[in-house]
Design a protein around this ligand. Structure first.
Ligand code: AGP
Length: 612
């Protein structure tokens, strides 16, 4: 959730690392700070609470912040309130080393008590500060920064991605990871460290994803990777394959809007090369499973959080329908702690856009500890979930910067539909279905373009509900999780309380809430349960509820009970969520924008939740 950027090279580090943490601001943003080693080899630290712009405003003249070595951090508070003292970098007692840290030091109280008893004076309420004092402690013994970091990390329980610089070793950065991502960027005569390639992609696409318990020592000419025992590690260099333009808003006011509009392409990229027309099925090579192994699968369990959990619920519906394989979907945070039963021939899927969500990762590890095969569905190449899974599929949505997930959701759903068809075709699903599925899926990007053209129309509808404090989203079948997702989008970015319900369940309680002040957003495409949902909506109408319907083009009847209707093109039921969710994303976006809120960086939220 926090972000780390470090630079060592010939250029001035300050603008590079400030720009870098700005690129990461979407991950966590309650305070920030930098540490620079200047030409006199003095360590200078600048920290500020609030957004990075506050830090920039507080910086003295460029001459005073000049230096070729620097580290920066943007924080999302876990231990200690988001004030300047708790902001990173942290220093030891002497102020000669600076540490930035992502993750949680679980045994920080023990370590702190011990260090305090030896005379160390702590300044902040954070768990991270203990790292600075611990490294300082070992530096006194060894006077070698790398060895001191290694010794300190051997005592630490928890997770970390760290970068350390020191006045006494002024020509190097030491960085290490365990359970929190850290990447080395290799430029021309310069190096970077970061928790997210987004921060450095404008400088280099050559990267090394560090593994757990690895430490990299970077100086001006070279780098060396070792483990905590100081043994050398050979690491592969990867080339980041996405485009620099994806980290700019371009013509759009917000990243979220840009990402909503990218969905025709991102969905296409999710299925591109994976449709197998000749056999009317699909290919998902990354699963690392033979046809025979897949045929033996008797049950799926899917773990995920938030929006990814909603995608999983859609997946359950479609996989059970097409492949007739039971699918359990569970919040990863619950799964992990309830000693889950994983019967034989069960495959566990972990779905995560970021690939770093701590709860999902913990669930994945728990399933693996029980001997299950775990497959990942993630967007982030080289992420921890991608690396720890036994196989899986990248959704190829491209970098998603808006905190509210949009294009990653539709790409996850696309992958789950492919999985359903793959498993289904191995069982009873007819080739004719496979053929029509492929044909319909290929039409989805064009159909989404049609919906996106209604953005202004949806903005007008957003004006009619923007001042209500509550909203209810109703859907049935495969569109019930779409209702949940629509409600989550509205809550996250507009701070309007919203709930998603299966439409028929409304009469068992929530109907008590219905009156003229309760907007009801109903997902009612033209399918086998259309009549049922219309009856549910009549119940709303009878109580003066204001209905906004998402309906299939050509449905005139629904106009009679709706205050507004947003039409989506017709498709097969399996693919409906890919269309019906688009107006809900746009509606949430426009409501939040009309309320003047920070759409891309909503309060209290972080893009990647790396704490449990
Ligand atoms: C989505 O809009 C949310 N910001 C959040 O619910 C998110 O989906 C959740 O934290 C899971 O993230 P992941 O997909 O990266 O694991």
């Amino acid at each position: 959730m926090c972000g780390i950027v470090g630079y060592i090279g010939k250029r001035n580090a300050t603008p590079i690392i400030i720009e870098g943490i700005k690129r990461l601001e979407y991950r966590g943003y309650d305070s920030s700070g930098i540490a620079i080693l200047n030409d006199e080899k003095e360590l200078k630290i600048f920290k500020e609470s609030g957004k990075i712009i506050e830090l920039e405003r507080a910086l003295p003249s460029p001459e005073q912040t000049f230096g070729n070595v620097g580290i920066a951090h943007t924080r999302w508070a876990t231990h200690g309130e988001p004030n300047t003292i708790n902001a990173h970098p942290h220093t030891g007692c002497k102020g000669k080393i600076a540490v930035v840290h992502n993750g949680i030091i679980e045994n920080h109280m023990n370590l702190r008590n011990k260090l305090e008893s030896e005379g160390h004076k702590f300044k902040s309420d954070t768990d991270s500060e203990v790292l600075a004092h611990l490294i300082e402690h070992f530096l006194k013994i060894e006077n070698n920064l790398k060895i001191a970091v290694q010794d300190a990390l051997k005592l630490v329980e928890g997770t970390f991605g760290i970068a350390v610089i020191s006045q006494e070793n002024p020509d190097s950065i030491i960085a290490a990871r365990k359970g929190s991502p850290l990447i080395l960027g290799i430029g021309e005569d310069e190096f970077f460290v970061t928790s997210d390639v987004t921060a450095i992609i404008i400088h280099t696409k050559k990267v090394i994803y560090l593994e757990d318990d690895e430490i990299v020592t970077i100086n001006h000419e070279s780098y060396q990777i070792t483990n905590l025992q100081n043994e050398d590690i050979e690491a592969d260099i990867s080339i980041v394959d996405w485009d620099v333009s994806s980290i700019d808003k371009g013509e759009y006011k917000h990243f979220m809007l840009k990402e909503i509009f990218e969905q025709p392409t991102s969905i296409y990229n999710a299925f591109r090369g994976r449709l197998y027309g000749r056999l009317s099925t699909v290919k998902l090579g990354g699963l690392n499973m033979t046809g025979e192994e897949l045929r033996r699968v008797k049950r799926l369990q899917i773990i995920a959080c938030g929006t990814s959990w909603h995608a999983a619920l859609i997946g359950k519906h479609i996989i059970e329908n097409l492949a007739r394989i039971p699918v359990e979907v569970e919040y990863a945070s619950e799964y992990r702690y309830r000693n889950p039963i994983i019967p034989e021939d069960t495959i566990v899927f972990a779905i995560s856009q970021s690939g770093e969500t701590a709860d999902t990762l913990a669930g994945l590890r728990e399933a693996q500890a029980k001997g299950a095969r775990v497959l990942g569905i993630t967007n982030t190449i080289g992420s921890t979930i991608a690396r720890e899974s036994d196989g899986g599929t990248y959704i190829h949505a491209g970098v998603e910067i808006g905190v509210a997930s949009t294009k990653a959701f539709t790409s996850q759903v696309t992958i789950l539909t492919l999985l359903a068809v793959l498993l289904g075709r191995m069982k009873d699903l007819q080739p004719t279905f496979g053929k029509s599925f492929i044909r319909e899926l290929e039409l989805i990007p064009k159909k989404i373009e049609v919906i996106l053209q209604k953005s202004n129309e949806i903005r007008k509808i957003a004006k009619t509900i923007k001042n209500f404090p509550n909203a209810l989203y109703l859907g049935r079948g495969v569109n019930y999780p779409v209702a949940l997702e629509g409600a989550l989008k509205l809550k996250e970015i507009s701070y309007i309380h919203a709930e998603g319900y299966p439409a028929a369940e409304m009469k068992h309680g929530p109907i008590a809430l219905i009156d003229e002040n309760m907007p009801v957003i109903a997902i009612a495409p033209d399918d086998e349960i259309y009549e049922k949902i219309i009856s549910n909506l009549e119940e709303v109408k009878a109580r003066n509820g204001r209905i906004i319907s998402i309906a299939t083009e050509g449905d005139e009847r629904i106009k009679q009970i709706s205050e507004s209707v947003i039409y989506v093109p017709k498709t097969i039921r399996t693919l409906q969520p890919l269309l019906t969710v688009i107006p809900l994303q746009l509606l949430a976006y426009h409501v939040a924008d009309l309320r003047g809120l920070d759409v891309d960086q909503p309060r209290n939220l972080a893009k990647s939740v790396t704490v449990e």
